[in-house]
Design a protein around this ligand. Structure first.
Ligand SMILES: *Cc1c(COP(=O)(O)O)cnc(C)c1O
Length: 516
């Protein structure tokens, strides 16, 4: 970065790779900001100057230059295609981000989502013209309810975190309906919780009480019992938890929580490990979000907006947000008004992300119930294969326990090497492998959380393992420089991620004119 916070030309530090004239690295082309390339006084099309006319825009007429960079169509095209190629993607290689379930997005799902009856409809169309789309939502809801053994599902939330907000709003509404809004103001969350759990509770005006995890990485009923009281509204618990372990005492924890008059919110982000094997409703869960982009293979981010449906127990179902589906004979309608219901209100303008619903249902139908269970088994098998192949070199915080769909290592094995978890992750980038999740969960020092998912082949897993073993041996052998300077081959090296998050430079400012 230069003093204006704008990226400078990449510096290439490896002795073998010369600084290129263009800043490109082989056919990886350095891309400047479009505002630095396009001239503001230039347009890509040649139009004759307009004949004199009287504008009819009144006060809405633009008074200053529009300030958009002028580029021709091919220049514009190249700019955006080059940018798109800077993204690492699950379609390019393994993306072993623990807790994120970056699995393959089947192309069949994409094809289904593009069918005009799903893709070319509008949320304000009369419901009589979108009966097929509503029927698809109903079928998806039915699958979600059967897989979880729950009573109702809110399809509107747009992501896992939004789903947490929805589930906790239903809990808040249920507590208010009991007249306990003023007394139950605390939400319990284990120390290993994903940041969105305490953030959601705090955003809704609850205070958060941490529940310590045991030395075995699990939440113990005694710890929950000690934290429970008449002031507790709910517990937010992830299962399988963020250490990749199934919470052994979850049924007992649910019993204690209910006995204390509180609700059990389950963070369902790790549902991929247990679909078709365990139904959260059987465990005593009252609300759980399901990240369709994790468990049910819809794209994360770039492929379109997300979806985080929330399943609710019979105790919370009456408080579900509007709109929701209602069947009257062979007609489906959307209930849009809260009047006459106990619904807490509305999470989003419309009914949710149609394209994601289509993809998720296509995934379910193409797998079938047995295929979904098999996917969970294979996800767990893949994680344990990685675990067993690495555990002679890497250190595990909770011993040689069998894990669920992700395997957690800590940084004790790097002690005395001068290499940190971050250095190791950066060296993986040089090898063309996206790093695993690092430094999460916070309860484990220097955490490395690897989730291969069921969609990696044995060949791909073997190369991944061999690469990590090779790097680990080099780290233990003292090839420190290779790690401290990594990534050598990436166009950008180590970014100041904190400054980028805290002080993002989002607006382009024209450079000062050069004085003669
Ligand atoms: C991904 C994740 C979330 C949040 O889900 P988003 O869809 O990213 O908002 C919450 N909890 C856990 C454990 C997660 O892994």
């Amino acid at each position: 970065m230069n003093s204006e916070g704008r990226p400078t030309q990449p510096q290439i530090a490896t002795p073998l790779a010369p600084q290129t004239f263009t800043g490109a690295r082989a056919l990886q082309i350095h891309e400047a900001l479009i505002f630095d390339t396009g001239r503001l006084d230039f347009t890509g099309v040649d139009l004759d100057p307009p004949k004199p006319f009287t504008p009819r825009l009144g006060g809405l007429e633009r008074k200053s230059e529009i300030g958009l960079p002028g580029l021709s169509e091919p220049e514009t095209m190249r700019h955006y295609v080059r940018l798109s190629q800077k993204n690492y993607a699950i379609d390019m290689g393994p993306y072993p981000l623990g807790s994120c379930t970056m699995k393959h997005n089947p192309r069949l799902n994409e094809k289904m989502a593009r069918l005009p009856g799903f893709a070319d409809i509008h949320p304000l169309q009369p419901v009589s013209t979108v009966q097929g789309a509503l029927a698809l939502m109903e079928e998806l809801a039915d699958w979600l309810l059967k897989l979880t053994n729950m009573d109702a599902v809110a399809l509107t939330p747009k992501a896992g975190a939004h789903g947490e907000m929805c589930g906790m709003m239903a809990i808040k509404a249920a507590i208010s309906a009991r007249g306990e809004a003023e007394t139950r103001k605390v939400v319990l969350a284990p120390e290993s919780a994903h940041g969105t759990n305490p953030a959601t509770a705090a955003a809704l005006g609850f205070s958060v009480r941490a529940v310590p995890a045991g030395a075995d990485g699990l939440v113990h009923p005694e710890a929950v019992a000690a934290a429970l009281g008449p002031d507790v509204a709910a517990i937010m618990l992830t299962n399988p938890n963020t250490c990749g372990l199934f919470e052994r005492d979850i049924v007992e924890i649910a019993r204690l929580v209910h006995e204390a008059g509180a609700y059990f919110y389950c963070d369902g982000a790790n549902f991929n490990a247990i679909v078709g094997k365990v139904r959260p409703g059987d465990l005593g869960v009252d609300a759980m979000h399901i990240n369709l982009h994790k468990t049910f293979s819809t794209p994360h981010g770039g492929g379109g907006p997300g979806a985080g449906p929330v399943v609710l127990s019979s105790r919370l179902a009456p408080f579900a947000p509007v709109p929701f589906l209602k069947r009257e004979g062979d007609r489906l309608t959307l209930v849009e008004e809260t009047e006459g219901t106990q619904s807490f209100g509305r999470m989003a303008a419309f009914h949710g992300q149609m394209g994601m619903f289509v993809r998720a249902l296509a995934y379910m139908l193409s797998h079938g119930a047995d295929g979904l269970a098999k996917a969970s088994e294979d996800a767990v098998l893949a994680a344990n294969y990685v675990r067993v192949c690495l555990n002679d070199l890497f250190s595990s915080p909770f011993g040689d326990r069998i894990c669920m769909h992700e395997v957690l290592f800590d940084d004790r094995w790097l002690k005395d090497t001068g290499i940190t978890t971050l250095d190791f992750a950066k060296a993986m980038i040089d090898e063309g492998i996206h790093p695993m999740t690092v430094y999460f969960p916070l309860v484990v020092h220097g955490a490395m959380l690897i989730e291969p998912t069921e969609s990696e082949s044995i060949v791909s897993l073997t190369l991944f393992i061999a690469t990590l073993r090779d790097l680990a041996i080099r780290a233990l052998r003292g090839e420190t420089e290779r790690f401290l300077g990594a990534p050598y081959y990436a166009p950008r090296k180590r970014l100041d991620e904190t400054a980028a998050a805290r002080k993002p430079v989002l607006r382009w400012t024209p450079p000062e004119p050069i004085e003669d």
